[in-house]
Ligand binder design. Structure first.
Ligand SMILES: [Zn+2]
Length: 104
């Protein structure tokens, strides 16, 4: 993996689950969700499009901070937004993180 990709992913981990942020419980450790939209068959979406989601929001795994939510995709989108919208939120969160750290 390229260093730039790795740095980007590390910062996504710092943000934590983006759906948890939406519901007001930010800082949940996340794993990376790679939206498939736009990627060809058998081709992974780029790391630049990765969205941080906790296991509960990503795969429906139980998490103490996220009681019993296994939403199907439609309900997930109703509640938290589409992958595109979550990606925009992720980018906003990244920009904020950069501000705080004075990167720019
Ligand atoms: Zn979550």
């Amino acid at each position: 993996m390229k260093k730039a990709d790795k740095d980007h992913l590390n910062r996504l981990f710092e943000i934590g689950c983006i759906a948890c942020r939406v519901q007001g419980t930010p800082g949940t450790p996340a794993e990376m969700h790679h939206p498939r939209a736009g990627a060809g068959v058998g081709q992974k979406a780029s790391h630049g499009d990765a969205i941080p989601l906790c296991p509960a929001h990503h795969r429906g795994t139980h998490h103490p901070a996220v009681p019993s939510i296994h939403l199907d995709k439609t309900r997930f989108i109703e509640r938290f937004g589409t992958e595109q919208e979550l990606l925009i939120l992720t980018r906003h969160a990244l920009a904020k993180l950069d501000e705080q750290e004075g990167v720019f």
